[in-house]
Design a protein around this ligand. Structure first.
Ligand SMILES: [Zn+2]
Length: 1005
């Protein structure tokens, strides 16, 4: 069965005998019943029609079973209960129909057999064609070949009828081949015929034949076709000018009755994919009574078609480099933006065609990737519409310097071959973004030659922006003048032409550009300076000339250089500079290309270092001996630091003013420290700095009132940040700067006959030797100025000392916050070795940051318990004193000491080569707790408090402001008046080794 369909039958009531398509018969007594209570059904299939279902059907009883039965078979089903049963027949082929839908309800009676018959009618699925040939006189003796759909089916004689059956319904062709040469078919050959299922279509083909020539032969046309797609409808051939006749693709056709003699045979009607091997037109000679063969070998390649792809692009700018065409994912091939490309040899069927490689501003309308069906032997077309709409920019070419009416000669070229000539200032719009070159050529105007500048420049045009390019024309003259820049520098205090002095970040500077001319002139060109950092432009300065251009570099006059103030904010590491003289090309020169510095035009990096600010405590010193008080306060502290900030490599300073410190030296300051008071007070300043927690990392500078006519105006430590100097309003700042130099390790330069002259100082007579510059004052400082480290006034700083201070401070005062020890309980041990004598000043317990010798040396100071146990020992070399004449070594240490050790401390011993000093606390039983209420009397006094105590018991009392911790005095002699702002005082009384602290009100309570 072609297919089997099981019917689900609902219960049907069939009246026996009623349907005409089957009948029932009662055959009682027939059969061989095995059970008298059961019955039998006998089923018969009766198939009729031209195309019966050959494989039979399926029978079901009450929907079950599925037994087969032949197309005209009989099936007995026994053992059925009495009652109504439904018998079904199914599985008939589609062209067959079963009567009553293949179902019958049968009443089975016990002990009997009931018959049921199913009639199946199978109609035809194909048709047939009946071809009859006929002819008149002179009939073709050997008959014809019958072609159906171009394929040779069988021979057919003259006057014969052939039936071709089993043909699919629809349109076909029928033709005759092998006509004798003297015959021709009437009507089309082949001709169309329609096949109808179940019918036979008659086709009559008649031939007319002329009388045959007297002597004839036979020609056989033989075709042999190879290849994938042979011509479906066969070919045709023609002998001489006779009627064409069909021939199959692989056929042999005999043509009789051909006149003896020469003939031509041509093979015709080949499909496009088929070609004849060799010639399609052949010449043959037919001999009488003989047969000649003409063979054609035909090769048919796979059928192909052509695809013609067309691009049409509108808008602008068009994609200059065209597009790419991809076929079925293969290698792309280029196609223009308005072009056609024909692809041949494509297999028949669907192909994927993709247009790609479009510029971003161009878009395909519709799908860029399409599926196109290629037809055999035809040209299929596909068109891609592309619209381009790029964002564009503009370029304004500004042209100046030509007389009115004169044309410039400027050419703008750019992407995609863009080129536009400008004769005057103009804005070019709708430009494709990209790099454009503006080239300017010289012109003649009014008889004079004009040169353009720059002659070429690059401009970047960006989307939606207006780029600019300026071309300046200037009348060319026959000049012999040439300008160039010989050097430049940025100075903050002092600098050299070789830029040997590093710059300090954040400090204001002054830039000098040294432009020179090759000949005497009156030209006053401007100079453009561009400062940049890491390639980013920071600032452009255009500096006008103050005078005509010198012919040599002359640092000695500001008017001989092109100068500009540079704010400190611009001076940062990585700073770069490039300068150009006459940047606008206003001056005609013999060489316009050597106007930059550096000559390469590449920015020059300047050395910029990071430096820390100066931290300083100004301590007004009041002398008990004469009441003189150094005049320094918050109001005038900047004046003291003015020279310092102008000279030194400092980005700034942080100055504080201390409470008035009262010194109790027995003698007042003298002219030259003959009485040692300068040295003694300096040592107190050092002790004060060490005792105060805020002294770490901060300079302490005592400000004193010196006696009139004093030869000594300041004194300070070498390589340690403490010093003192006089308060002269006009000179105190110079002295402070000088002493800071000592603090930073600087020895003297020779001017003014000082001691301890630096042997490495490079310039004669202690002069600065190079050009300095006072940036805040805007004043040049010539090389004949004395260096700050000499004793001469009107001093400045040399490159030598500036660089040395920069290096020293980088090592000792790095910008990053220094790690400092925490405040803790310490013992302040201090004193000095002067003139062969060791002085151990009374020690105090303090809470401060530890301060210990930076290195060992020939001296030592040690603390011992009463039982001789050594509690600490420090080896040191002491700090040297610059200025003054007593020299010596000073020290002040804050030695961490815990409570247990401090409570045992009984003796301090200072020792060194040839010197020794010992301080002993009285035996424990005799110690008095000194600063207690009964041993120091305190009463208010003018501006502070007056203290009185027993100096034999407590040789020194450290007086501190209890609120700020500032030391107001290291007081000796049993009596002192201290300046105090009110509030409480902390009094620390020392017996030389041990000390006791108490807090007292200024009012004496
Ligand atoms: Zn000095």
């Amino acid at each position: 069965m072609p297919y089997r369909r099981l019917l689900r039958l609902a219960a049907l009531t069939i009246l026996v005998g009623a349907p005409t398509s089957f009948w029932l018969a009662c055959g009682g007594g027939e059969g061989n019943l095995t059970d008298p209570d059961l019955g039998t059904i006998e089923i018969t299939a009766a198939t009729s029609g031209p195309e019966p279902d050959a494989d039979g059907y399926a029978i079901t009883i009450d929907g079950a079973g599925g037994r087969s039965i032949g197309p005209n078979g009989t099936l007995r089903v026994e053992g059925l209960e009495s009652g109504t049963h439904v018998v079904g027949l199914s599985g008939a082929a589609p062209n067959c129909s079963v009567a009553d839908q293949g179902s019958a309800a049968i009443d089975v009676v016990r002990g009997s057999t009931v018959s049921v018959r199913f009639a199946v009618d199978c109609r035809a699925t194909t048709g047939a064609v009946q071809i009859t040939t006929s002819t008149g006189p002179n009939a073709d003796a050997d008959g014809y070949s019958l072609l159906f759909d171009g394929v040779e089916r069988q021979p057919i004689g003259v006057g014969e009828t052939v039936i071709l059956s089993g043909l699919s319904p629809g349109g076909h062709t029928v033709g005759l081949s092998g006509l004798a040469a003297n015959c021709r078919i009437e009507g089309d050959n082949p001709r169309a015929v329609t096949v109808v299922a179940g019918e036979t279509t008659p086709v009559g083909i008649s031939a007319a034949c002329d009388p045959p020539p007297p002597l004839t032969g036979t020609l056989r046309v033989i075709t042999a076709t190879s290849g994938a797609d042979p011509d479906p409808d066969g070919f045709r051939f023609r002998i001489d000018e006779a009627q064409e006749q069909p021939v199959g693709a692989n056929a042999t056709v005999s043509v009789t009755g051909l006149a003896a003699g020469p003939h031509t045979v041509r093979l015709l009607d080949l499909a496009a994919n088929c070609t004849v091997t060799g010639d399609d037109l052949l010449s043959i000679t037919v001999a009488a009574g003989a047969t000649v063969d003409v063979s054609y070998a035909i090769a048919c390649s796979a059928a192909t078609g052509e695809l013609r792809v067309t691009t049409r692009t509108t808008g602008s700018p068009r994609d200059a480099d065209g597009y790419e065409l991809g076929i079925d994912g293969g290698a792309a091939q280029p196609i223009g933006s308005n072009a056609s490309l024909t692809l041949d040899g494509l297999s028949v069927g669907p192909h994927d065609v993709t247009l790609q490689g479009l510029a971003p501003e161009c878009q395909v309308q519709g799908e860029a990737s399409r599926t196109v069906a290629v037809a055999a032997s035809a040209t299929t077309t596909v068109t891609f519409e592309v619209i381009c709409a790029a964002a564009t920019g503009s370029l304004t070419g500004t042209i100046t310097g030509l007389p009115d009416g004169a044309d410039a000669d400027v050419t703008v070229t750019g992407p995609n071959g863009y080129s536009q000539r400008l004769t005057e200032t103009r804005t070019l719009d709708d430009l494709v973004p990209g790099e454009y070159t503006v080239a300017a050529a010289g012109v003649t105007a009014g008889g004079d030659p004009y040169a353009a500048s720059p002659t070429t420049q690059s401009v970047t045009v960006t989307e939606g922006e207006v780029a600019t390019a300026t071309v300046t024309y200037a009348r060319a003259s026959t000049t012999s003048l040439n300008l160039r820049i010989d050097g430049l520098y940025l100075t903050q205090s002092v600098q050299t032409l070789t830029r040997g002095v590093a710059l300090v970040e954040g400090r204001d500077g002054y830039l000098r550009v040294f432009t020179v001319a090759n000949e005497t002139n009156s030209t006053r060109p401007s100079v453009r300076v561009r400062l940049s950092r890491n390639g980013a432009l920071l600032r452009t300065f255009t500096i006008a000339a103050e005078a005509s251009t010198p012919t040599t570099v002359d640092e000695g006059l500001l008017s001989r250089s092109w100068n500009v103030d540079v704010p400190g904010a611009l001076i940062q590491p990585g700073l770069e500079v490039v300068a150009d003289v006459d940047p606008d090309d206003k001056v005609a020169e013999t060489d316009e290309t050597d106007n930059s510095y550096p000559a390469s035009g590449e920015p020059l990096e300047l050395e910029v270092r990071t430096a820390s600010a100066l931290r300083i405590m100004l301590v007004p010193v009041r002398q008990k001996a004469n009441g003189f008080e150094g005049e320094v306060s918050a109001a005038n502290s900047d004046r003291f630091l003015d020279v310092t900030r102008r000279l030194y490599p400092l980005p700034g300073y942080d100055a504080e003013v201390h409470d008035v410190y009262t010194t109790t030296t027995s003698n007042p300051l003298d002219a030259d420290d003959s009485n040692g008071s300068w040295t003694e007070i300096l040592n107190e300043i050092l002790a004060l700095q060490t005792a105060e927690a805020g002294g770490s990392g901060r300079h302490y500078y005592g400000v004193v009132r010196a006696p009139a006519g004093a030869r000594l105006d300041g004194i300070g430590y070498l390589d340690l940040p403490a010093a003192m100097g006089y308060d002269d309003p006009s000179d105190g700042g110079r002295v402070l700067a000088h002493e800071l130099g000592h603090n930073w390790g600087r020895l003297h330069s020779a001017c003014g006959n000082p001691g301890d002259v630096d042997r490495d100082y490079p310039h004669a007579n202690g002069l600065i030797g190079v050009y300095g510059f006072d940036v805040p004052g805007g004043r040049l400082k010539g090389p004949a100025h004395p260096d700050i480290m000499g004793y001469c006034r009107d001093s400045w700083i040399s490159d030598f000392n500036y660089k040395a201070v920069l290096g020293y401070r980088a090592r000792h005062y790095p910008e990053a916050a220094q790690l400092v020890a925490a405040e803790q309980r310490c013992i302040l041990v201090w004193g000095r070795i002067v003139g062969g004598r060791a002085i151990l000043e009374p020690a105090f317990e303090v809470v401060t940051r530890p301060s210990l010798p930076p290195r060992g040396g020939p001296y030592s100071v040690a603390g011992y318990a009463d039982d001789g146990t050594r509690l600490f020992e420090l080896s040191f070399e002491g700090v040297a004193v610059a200025d003054g004449r007593r020299g010596g070594r000073h020290f002040a240490f804050a030695v961490p000491l815990d409570d247990a050790a401090a409570s045992r401390l009984g003796t301090l011993r200072l020792a060194g080569p040839g010197v020794q000093a010992v301080a002993e606390s009285p035996a424990a039983s005799l110690r008095r707790t000194g600063a207690g209420t009964d041993s120091v009397s305190i009463r208010p006094a003018a501006g502070g408090a007056a203290l009185q105590w027993d100096a034999a018991v407590h040789p020194m009392i450290m007086v501190r402001d209890a609120g700020t911790g500032q030391v107001l005095s290291f007081a000796r002699g049993g009596r002192v008046e201290v300046r105090a702002t009110g509030g409480d005082l902390e009094l620390v009384a020392s017996d030389g080794v041990r000390s006791w602290s108490t807090r007292r009100s200024v009012s004496g309570r």
